[in-house]
Design a protein around this ligand. Structure first.
Ligand code: CDP
Ligand code: MG
Length: 136
């Protein structure tokens, strides 16, 4: 099973606030992801700024970091074969309006900023993001 990958998933404040975390976790399990680690936390804005540093020049950066730190989130390490790409597919497009049927963002996303879920976009970033939340 050496094709197994791990990726980082975050259930964002809009979804946790609507108590959708268990429902979303069940979707991942049904699609064959195992949830290797998980924790419900609230982060400081300064931590969100570090996490989203790649977006620091974008016009939405400040609002994005304020938002991610605005309430509890559920952070998970998901494991599956091709987990990074399969998770991105299951999440759907960044803007829920463009997300395909059957994706998490289509089902639960409210808007481009309140789009319910984060997922690592590459294996390289998955390693960095998992370490960010779960290094010990
Ligand atoms: O999350 P994803 O990788 O699909 O998108 P991204 O381009 O890495 O952007 C990170 C997050 O910033 C998105 O999930 C959105 O919540 C937010 N965003 C936004 O608020 N406005 C935009 N125009 C683009 C992204
Ligand atoms: Mg991204």
């Amino acid at each position: 099973m050496n094709n197994l990958e791990q990726t980082l998933s975050i259930i964002k404040p809009d979804a946790v606030e609507r108590n959708l975390d268990n429902e979303i976790k069940e979707i991942f399990r049904k699609k064959g992801f195992s949830i290797k680690k998980e924790k419900k936390i609230q982060i400081e804005k300064s931590e969100a700024e570090k996490f989203y540093k790649v977006h620091e020049t974008k016009p939405f950066y400040n609002d994005l970091c304020a938002y991610l730190s605005s309430g509890p989130i559920v952070v998970m390490v998901l494991e599956k074969k091709n987990a990074v790409l399969e998770n991105r597919e299951l999440m759907g497009s960044t803007n829920p309006k463009d997300a395909a049927e059957g994706t998490i963002r289509k089902k639960y996303g409210i808007s481009i900023d309140k789009n319910s879920i984060h997922g690592s976009d590459s294996l390289e970033n998955a390693v960095i993001e998992i370490d960010f939340f779960f290094r010990d």
